[in-house]
Design a protein around this ligand. Structure first.
Ligand code: SAH
Length: 257
């Protein structure tokens, strides 16, 4: 018995991996939870495939459905938005399924953080500016551990990608500014990256909440913050050392070792 956990990618049906797509074609049962999984993915499912929306089910119920179908010898795919490894809540599912003797295979997907960066045509790691991206969420009803409070993460002044935070922008603004981020620090919000109704909002920390409101964005948004998102980055001198003659020389030599 084997369950396939598949990353669907950010939305556009052709942004799933070839491997993930093949599994969708072969599946007898497909379970998906998220409103961020496009139903277009199911166009390639076999006729008669069972497609189950799990939004209303609790964990044990869902695991029971999977186990039952697997015991009937069916091929079962659990489709997750983006990549299953971030905010996918797969750990509890896997624990229960493994206890029941189910093998698991995970197929990665394009996370919304990278789809959003692509839509915004941004590089999140700009040489000499920042070489780190933090993937996090603002604290709402779901707590964030004390040592990972935004004020602490902000000390790094790197790029920060906020999942699940579209309703928490006031808090994000307040905490970044009180951690010493300039109010004019660039922020790019990508609503429904790669969906037909995708929207890109380029703003700053101080205007973030207002611009989200004006654009009616209160869910399904990736918020990318930091100077790497500066719309004028091209005019600045952050040319990658990779293109620097001497560095390239040294790098090539280094490669030979
Ligand atoms: N595993 C997913 C994240 C699931 S949590 C991934 O890798 O992308 C859900 C959050 O992801 C949303 O609140 C939003 O912040 C972000 N998200 C998912 N799909 C998105 C999309 N198409 N555009 C923008 N943000 C998205």
């Amino acid at each position: 018995m084997k369950l396939y956990i598949v990353g669907a990618g950010p939305g556009a049906p052709d942004l799933i991996t070839v491997r993930g797509q093949q599994l969708l074609k072969e599946a007898d049962v497909i379970l998906y939870a998220d409103s961020l999984v496009s139903e277009e993915h199911f166009n390639i499912a076999k006729p008669g495939a069972e497609i189950l929306k799990t939004a209303g089910m609790h964990l044990e119920e869902m695991v029971e459905v999977m186990k039952q179908r697997l015991q009937e010898g069916k091929k079962v795919v659990r489709l997750h938005t983006g990549d299953p490894a971030v905010y996918g809540a797969i750990m509890e599912q896997m624990t229960l399924l493994k206890e029941a003797g189910v093998e698991i295979e995970i197929v990665p997907g394009v996370s919304s953080v990278f789809a959003a960066a692509a839509s915004a045509q941004a590089e999140l790691t700009i040489p000499d500016l920042t070489q780190t991206v933090i993937l996090t969420r603002a604290e709402g009803r779901t707590p964030v551990p004390e040592r990972e409070q935004l004020a602490k993460l902000a000390e790094h002044h790197c790029t920060i990608a906020f999942f699940l935070s579209a309703t928490l922008t006031k808090k994000v603004m307040k905490e970044l500014v009180s951690a010493g981020w300039a109010p004019e620090t660039p922020v790019t919000v990508v609503y429904k990256a790669t969906w037909p109704d995708e929207k890109i909002v380029r703003t700053t920390i101080e205007k973030l909440d207002e611009d989200m409101r004006v654009n009616g964005i209160r869910k399904q948004a990736m918020i990318l913050a930091g100077w790497a998102l500066d719309p004028n980055i091209h005019q600045k001198d952050f040319r990658s050392k990779l293109y620097d003659k001497e560095f390239t020389h040294g790098f090539r030599r280094g490669m030979k070792q």
